[in-house]
Design a protein around this ligand. Sequence first.
Ligand SMILES: Cc1cc2nc3c(=O)[nH]c(=O)nc-3n(C[C@H](O)[C@H](O)[C@H](O)COP(=O)(O)OP(=O)(O)OC[C@H]3O[C@@H](n4cnc5c(N)ncnc54)[C@H](O)[C@@H]3O)c2cc1C
Length: 413
Amino acid sequence: MPATTTVVVGAGHNGLAISHHLAERSIDHVVFERGRVGHSWRTQRWDSLRLLTPNWMTRLPGHGYDGDDPDGYLAAAQVADFITAYAAASSAPVRSETAVTAVRAADDGFTVSTDQGEWQARTVVLAAGITTCPLPPLAAALPAGIESITAVDYRNPGQLPEGGVLVVGAAASGIQIAEEIHRSGRPVTLATGEHVRAPRRYRDRDILWWLDAAGILDERWDRIDDIVRARNVASFQLAGGQRTIDLNALQAQGIRLVGKFAGIRDGNAQFSGSLRNVIALADLKLDRLLDTIDVYAGGHGERLEPTRVPDSPLLLDLTSGEIRSVVWATGIKPDHSWLELPVFDPRGRLRHSGGVVDWPGLYVTGLPVLRRRRSTYIDGASADAADLTTHLAGHLSGRGSDTTGQPEQTRTT
Ligand SMILES: Cc1cc2nc3c(=O)[nH]c(=O)nc-3n(C[C@H](O)[C@H](O)[C@H](O)COP(=O)(O)OP(=O)(O)OC[C@H]3O[C@@H](n4cnc5c(N)ncnc54)[C@H](O)[C@@H]3O)c2cc1C
């Protein structure tokens, strides 16, 4: 059986950033990728998707955006090309078309099974992304004749039948998809639970420029009061481009807002009556965020209008033919079903502390707010990969290490 020191599962930007740091430390490793480098960006994004982060934030260890539009927003295919160029420039030892099918404990580390054979490794880094969007149980209760599709499988409005569309979820994916479908001429109803509002620009700068400059993206996972909540919070209502597309903008275009999709009874969709509250909460949180920016910058900027609270129905007859399809933009999840180790909590979540999994020699990267708020974005990969490979090197040398990602001898805080 072939052996290596570290197996990295997944050749997205996070797996490649880990590979970069392992190579810098001369740690022998191999990166298994079930498809091609940047597979998620080629196969799991809708056609019109652009990053909501500006190009200058597309930076990885030793590699960054070097085009002539630093304030623009890359399309998904451009992100795939960027990641592919990174793999080539860093000569990452990627084995494409090799899916990891099981990781098990072995005497000195792990046995990693792939569809191309088994490997032995002392350490494993899970960089398999967040790639599954399971259909919620409610989908099974939809009346016959209403089509369901998840945001991961959605490509463009042409996939949907003519007629009304219910988009469920008002985070970045849901609002972008709702707007695009509405533009295709299909009437759209958007089911809106807790969401996070943001202006595209504030005080003449991109909002992400402020989050970066004010240090908000650098807040560490172990300093955040409720990290489980922070990791599950919806993404900012942002889209690549110069416009703000918040709920006011969507309503002005003619998209109907309803509350959270709570159930189906007697053929009626039931929506929560909490829409007013979740809108008030999102406006309040936005004000707090902009207050933080104002404290950092001094002075005050112009704020968005409060979100208009619509008079929304609580029931919608799904048997009337008005709604012909449902797009579930209810969040994506990691798939670690091939991990045959007791490292999951009762809710099926991987037990880890800042990416250091509760099993010696096992690491995870690429999850939202993994080690800092920046981890949610491509831009977080550099610091996270540096921290995790430091910890991994400490584990290999037998020096021991804590869960902050720094071996104990070099810990400074
Ligand atoms: C809709 C959407 C919009 C986004 N927009 C932004 C944005 O605007 N700005 C930004 O910075 N980031 C954005 N992100 C990216 C987000 O930062 C990344 O999805 C996240 O950080 C994970 O990156 P990754 O490299 O870990 O995973 P991925 O890029 O998903 O890479 C994981 C790789 O692992 C492979 N893999 C999975 N399972 C296996 C297996 N069993 N065996 C072998 N290979 C496997 C996959 O094929 C894939 O290539 C967006 C993500 C999504 C889903």
